[in-house]
Ligand binder design. Sequence first.
Ligand code: HT7
Ligand code: ZN
Length: 877
Amino acid sequence: PKAIRLQDYRPPAHRIDRVDLHVDLGEDVTTVRAVLAIRRNPDRADAGTEALTLDGQRLVLRSVAVDGRTLDAADYTLTPDHLILTDTPDAFTLETVVEIKPQENTALEGLYKSSGNFCTQCEAEGFRKITYFLDRPDVMAVYSTTITGDKARYPVLLSNGNLADSGDLADGRHWARWEDPFPKPCYLFALVAGTLVHGEERFRTASGRDVTLRIYVEPGNEDKIGHAMRSLVKSMRWDEEVYGLEYDLDIFNIVAVGDFNMGAMENKSLNVFNTKYILAKPETATDLDFQNIEAVVAHEYFHNWTGNRVTCRDWFQLSLKEGLTVFRDQEFSADMNSRAVKRIADVQGLRTVQFQEDAGAMAHPVRPDSYVEINNFYTPTVYNKGAEVIRMIHTLLGAENYRKGIDLYFARHDGQAVTCDDFVAAMADASGVDLSQFQLWYRQAGTPELAVTGRHDPATATYRLTIRQTVPPTPGQPTKQPMHIPVVVGLLGPDGADLPLRLEGEAAAAGTSRILHVTAESQTFTFQDVAARPVPSLLRGFSAPVKLTSDLSDADLTFLMAHDSDAFNRWEAGQILGGRILLGLVADQQAGRALVLPDSYVDAVAAVLADADRDPAFAAQALVLPTEAYLGTQMAVIDPDAIHTVREFARKTLATALRADWLAAHRRNVTPGAFSVDAAAIGKRALKNLCLAYLMAAEDAEALGLCLGQYHGATGMTDVIAALQFLSNSPAAEREEAIADFYNRWKAEPLVVDKWFSVQAMSHRADALARVRALLDHPAFEIRNPNKVYALIGGFANGNPVRFHAAGGEGYRFLADQVLRLDPMNPQVASRLMGPFSRLRRYDAARQALMKAELERIVGTTGLSSDVYEIASKSLE
Ligand code: HT7
Ligand code: ZN
């Protein structure tokens, strides 16, 4: 397969202004008649009489007509991927009729069936599986969609925009016509037809438009849509208040489907969601599910402006909409819940997932330069690092100028398909801030590294911070330029209070946090009037997505844990300290030395635990040891066995040393009475379950009793699944009984069964892989359902490093087998499972050789999809 390169971008030779689609849904064959108003693109004078090359895949062409005249086969060229017409008029109407078979579509891209209902997924390039079209985001058209189908089977017929008309036909069929007045790229097209029930709400916009909000689900799930609906209403209000953006149609529909490759899709006025991000009630969904639903509903809603009204010129610009929309959903969630806890969770995700990507074979810039398969570039780098880039712009401009930049962006580009450069230009022009060096964040891959040293000079009462930056080489980018990195810092005085800050050259002190503009390889910043040695609080709020090392001592970190006014950095100090100690123990383990957890560290954890009731949600985050994945990112060569042994040793030591404290905190945070999913209750549950996790690490009878009591007595899924997870890691005999009981209790709820698969796939116990293999044959496992695949196979490959990386290579063999099995059915899902292989160079020679052997087996397979081929071949380079 050939790489597509950003530098080869050309505007389209033709524009399509109007699309009238007629979709006749059948059990065997679905017919799609498309009437397209096409004209030559006046912006491509150089295109001359360039042929019209329409994209189309797996379509059976029945007829083609130009301005009403049916063409002979000799009048056009048909290839597996294109319909090519030459000598067309400058402006004309093209009518094509094609047949497709959605019921055979297992790739879940284009039009397909889920639980007997029709639905679509067109981003990125699925529309070409529905009809012949210029399937690229810079071709924007106004659509009408007429759907015809059997009324009994498909009573609900939905598409984008407003319902214009509908009616019954003689033979038990019916039809509906939808019209969307906003020009859109075809990736935002959607169609849904099926047996669905809905919940409804009304929303009045700030300017007085009444909007009908509907959430459609399969019958039986009506009791699980309240939280999603409340989240939608909150998102709509927030976007008006914070961004001044109102909804622009009279109806907003969401449909939840059980078979979906990703989380959700922002089709204009007809969002399609994975059920995982809509359905929730406390009995079946965890607190994390509730929070994720709020975030994803908001994310898709926010796309209405950032993505739909202003869209991407080409897929290299994906972060234009995704980075910005993730930043928007992160800020929304921060405003709805605890800002600090949200930031900690987002940074943890970034560090474990995106930093790993940046350090592997698939490392790419936020705006990639090339791709083989665009579906492989819906990545943590484009989404989450992209959001960090927007966050840095927000930091550099300040809230007020950022908002001016947003306003200018929409004033300039509403209704257009634009680039990341256009976005940055609006931000720079509106604020007057020079973002020229900053733009490297879009172009350079890799995680910048900052090394910080501090020196206090009592004689001059100055404190000098020296910051050196390096950006590591990544595939295709051996050398890098220095970046513009906003490093927000504060200085803590001996009493723990923030010092007023005055930098060299400034007349007077101002504020207690300051942005240091790191722009060169090495820079020194001098603070004045610093009488005593301060402790610096570096990179407050994680102001840039970098790896920072400093000369802070363990005592300094303990001091920051207790006093930093920046809650994120209080957490961060604990993580750095924990990471340092655990990595030291990993070295001891590798060298065969005895493992000893320093008393000072036990004391630091005890102090956080003693203070935990002040903010249980924060404490629950602060008391988690750095994850195995994160510790791996800090090592030159990842040693999954040593990491696992050491982390379990530390957990057990802390469990035993502080047993009484864990027990007491657990008891204090058990919340009797009615179940609530408010932030306070969620925080208490998180802390309680963390205490239980430590207690279970000690493997004693009392802890087991508590855990079994929670498993059997809890009313909410958060507590039930936490207890099951601890049991599944424990050697207790009750383990198997609980696992069997859980399935029997929940087998009618597919999303709960997914949790059951994950818990077993992520168990540290030695039989994990054998169990996963056996579960592939379980009646509830469906290889065609992405949620099931991600839960079981993905849970094992990504969530169980110690068993997946077993030295014998059986984990690798298993994953390669599953990738090859899935690829012919669903290449997107197959390639999404391959993340661990793309990081093979981070492991020892023996593991590398084993992973390479599996990748070579994959690459050597005939008929491989471009999705899997791209990841496998790049991982081998
Ligand atoms: N914009 C959506 C991306 C998406 C997607 C991409 C490729 C294949 C399937 C997909 N489903 C959804 C989701 C979002 O970021 O909001
Ligand atoms: Zn998105």
